[in-house]
Design a binder for this molecule. Structure first.
Ligand code: XIL
Length: 328
């Protein structure tokens, strides 16, 4: 029999997967067997839940919450404040003009309050603010409508509103390129500022969208240590290991090459060895998908190019990487 992935880590951290309303059907048995936590891939994003000011659409999110409950799985909420997948109405007035900071913050509060309260008996942790750090240059924060209209104060306020709505929820700041040394320090600076000001933030989410050569293990270790030094819990929130290196734009492969498979297996083994070393700090490792039959990387950064970034193959069978990871 195949060991259960989450049981192999029961002394260390939870094991999660991103799901959508389709994969809770097509991957139902796999999810139930190997994972003890799920995150909705898109269904709880702003545009999914709140497409116009007076309309909330909870059906798909509710379906995922019911699935988690029926399977006895934990549920992470993703995400309350982000620059993507956020509707335009939020930033405009009824005459299509620009709004004041106060209006945006009031709308943000209403959204957070409504959503967090609705799921407070099913969701234990939220990615409150997602990806606000700038990738390039010396500027700390990414340009966005949130920042342009409301100023940097929206970040602390989002955590305060989420905490008021559900004082028991574990609240995360979540970002990618989290182990790049420059971005790592920017994320550290943002989060440290929040902690120092008494903002209710409890964790740092490392998305971990990695590939077969990048980032290096030392950079990942440094990032984990740096964030852990803030005294917050860490979660790996969106892990996948692309078989394509960053500048590889090939679109002709119908299966991963031997080199891709070897490197991916080795990398997965190293990553989980590292995670186990820091199990005191890491409370969950969530993959951005459950098996290679469906991954968002089939559409990103190159449209309709198959990728194979997870621990289970297209037939939902364990890959060599799975066996290495659980051997630990
Ligand atoms: C992705 C989803 O997987 C896709 O289906 C969607 O088209 C775009 O968003 N960082 C995040 C996630 O925080 O919400 C993103 O999810 C992947 C990158």
């Amino acid at each position: 029999v195949i060991p259960k992935l989450y049981e192999a880590f029961s002394q260390s951290f939870d094991i999660g997967a991103a799901v959508n309303t389709r994969t809770i059907q097509t991957q139902k048995e796999l999810l139930a067997y190997h994972y003890n936590s799920i995150t909705p891939e898109n269904e709880m994003k702003f545009e999914s839940l709140h497409p116009s000011e007076d309309t909330y659409t909870f059906e798909h999110a509710d379906e995922i919450a019911s699935f988690a409950k029926a399977q006895g799985m934990k549920l992470r909420g993703h995400t309350l404040v982000w620059h993507n997948q956020t509707p335009d109405w939020l930033f405009r007035d009824s005459k299509d003009g620009t709004i004041e900071a106060e209006t945006l913050l009031t709308r943000m509060k209403t959204h957070i309050d409504t959503v967090v309260k609705r799921y407070k008996d099913s969701i234990y942790a939220w990615d409150v603010v997602n990806e606000v750090i700038a990738d390039e240059g010396t500027e700390l924060l990414r340009h966005s409508k949130w920042l342009d209209i409301a100023g940097e104060g929206f970040i602390a306020k989002a955590f305060e509103y989420a905490h008021e709505a559900d004082p028991k929820a574990v609240l995360f700041y979540n970002d990618y390129n989290e182990s790049n040394p420059v971005k790592r320090e920017k994320i550290y600076k943002l989060v440290k500022g929040l902690v120092d000001h008494g903002v209710p933030i409890h964790g740092v989410g490392l998305q971990a969208h990695w590939n077969i050569t990048n980032p290096g293990l030392d950079d990942i270790r440094s990032a984990i240590e740096r964030y852990a030094s803030l005294g917050l819990q860490l979660q790996i929130t969106e892990m996948d290991v692309s078989v394509f290196e960053h500048d590889d734009r090939r679109t002709d492969l119908t299966a991963p090459t031997e080199r891709m498979k070897e490197l991916q297996t080795e990398r997965y083994e190293q990553f989980f060895k590292l995670f186990r070393e820091y199990k005191q700090h890491i409370s969950a490792v969530t993959f951005w998908g459950a098996a290679d039959d469906y991954t968002w990387l089939d559409y990103f950064p190159v449209r309709s190019r198959k990728n194979w970034p997870l621990l289970f193959d297209e037939q939902q069978q364990p890959k060599e990487a799975f066996w290495r990871v659980i051997k630990g």
